[in-house]
Design a protein around this ligand. Sequence first.
Ligand code: FAD
Ligand code: 2HG
Ligand code: ZN
Length: 539
Amino acid sequence: MAVTTLRRLRLRTAVRSLCPHSTFSSPTTDRLLSIRPHRPFLSPSLGQCAFYSRRLHPRSDRDKVSSPTIPERLPFSKITQEDLAFFRKILPGRTITDPDVLEANNVDWLKSVRGFSEVLLRPQTTEEVSQILRYCHSRNLAVNPQGGNTGLVGGSVPVYDELILSTALMNNVLSFDSVSGILTCQAGCILENLSLYLEERDYIMPLDLGAKGSCHIGGNVATNAGGLRLLRYGSLRGTVLGLEVVLADGRVLECLASLRKDNTGYDLKQLFIGSEGTLGVITAVSILCPRKPKVVNVAFLGCETFEQLLQTFQLCRGMLGEILSAFEFLDSECMRLLNTYLKLPNPITDSPFYIVIETAGSNLTHDEEKLHTFLEEAMTSSLITDGTVATEDTKIKALWSMRERVTEALTHDGFTYKYDISLPVEQIYQLVTDMREHLRGKAKSVVGYGHVGDGNLHLNITSSAKDPTLLAAIEPFVYEWTAGCQGSISAEHGLGLKKRNYIYYSKPRQAVELMGNIKAMLDPKGILNPYKTLPDNLN
Ligand code: FAD
Ligand code: 2HG
Ligand code: ZN
């Protein structure tokens, strides 16, 4: 029986290489721009209902959050004609005030929050960013740094009338060393463009994510984005070697070292990685890139239980070892949404869980043999029930779409409540099961997917429209559950506007206070991305 099933696996591989997945759409560079969901915008006051409609009940010191509401507009200056004249002088043709153009910059990717900025600044150089911030600092004007605006926690758009400082025109590669693999580029380079640039030179970016067609490397660093390759290449905290950052008062902090090792004092760049635009504007990044693997295989597998999925992960780590580059999962609810809204057919038989395994190595025979031995073992032990393997680029992309496009499919299902949770890996799906039971049909869909290899669950819950009653049932349940397992309430997306008041579920008060001290030291007037990341009382 196991042999038959395995033969089917092999057969599927062969069939895939003969007939392309014509029904799959392959990713394009502008895909993200064309899939913006169409749902009504929320004003900040309405947004309040969405994200802050209830107070948390303090149970311990950690839980004593300040008022979970959007704070009043802080006393920043309002932009004047003189201010505009200054910006137009330093950024001729790149100081945008046309409300139609500004619309896309005022609304987040999820169309869940919107700001009311009247000015978009598009600098091209670090010197221009420095001039902008020096001026804003002296005038007490608030600034919202923005990259590709694909952030999922409401951090990328203004809350009120903060000026939007976009890195869209800061998109040059500054240098690439083909011996060390160190790339230095401006912050506004689109991740996918960098990947293409590197692939031509036999290298790849150490990170990859579904938003690659729009997100900027500066935005990735500012959110410390994880993504699909973290299992293999680690976090940006390890691969980013240097940063150039413009501080709130316009000073340029040049920490753009391109060294693998550098223990001279505090590692200041780490402060800016994951700081979500609240401590400085990242203007350039130096990053260590891995060699492009010669052979890539992707397996899409079906599994009956999450327990078996975890056992498959264990087996996979042991048997694939150094060639394993990703281990991702989605549940059958995700598959239903992919089928329904994106018309992506299931490439294998229906299963409660699906796994995407990627191997990346240098020897075709060695890698394929390893993968097939692993698959044979997984099938013989009945850990997986069905599967298909892709070896060609277009088919690999098609299989990856099944995982990467879940976020997009969800936007068609209704209003989405998103949770990005880090947990001990053996507990990650229990939260989905418990949440389903807890909500007892109150939600339209409750789906689980994510980065198993990193212990990172994406729990997404939809309803046909924004639903405060549903929200009240989800929160603080989800945060208490997570804190109960010593998990993190934000594994990789950051806190932004939406999650900042829940920080105490994952960080002790003392640590949050220290964060406030650092913010006050680097940005004493609080002009950089106000109302984000830190809780209300520290903003
Ligand atoms: P933006 O959204 O523009 O900004 C995000 C934050 O960074 C904001 O707070 C902003 O102020 C700040 N910022 C941006 N640029 C700078 C800068 N130069 N200097 C200082 N601050 C700056 N995230 C993951 O971790 N893993 C995933 O797998 C993943 N997949 C995604 C898939 C989809 C379809 C989408 C829509 C999002 C996904 N994300 C994922 C969310 C992720 O945070 C972003 O996609 C990405 O890292 C943000 O980059 P951006 O350029 O769009 O930044
Ligand atoms: C992913 O891993 C992203 O696909 C997005 O981090 C997750 O939309 C989400 O919740
Ligand atoms: Zn993710």
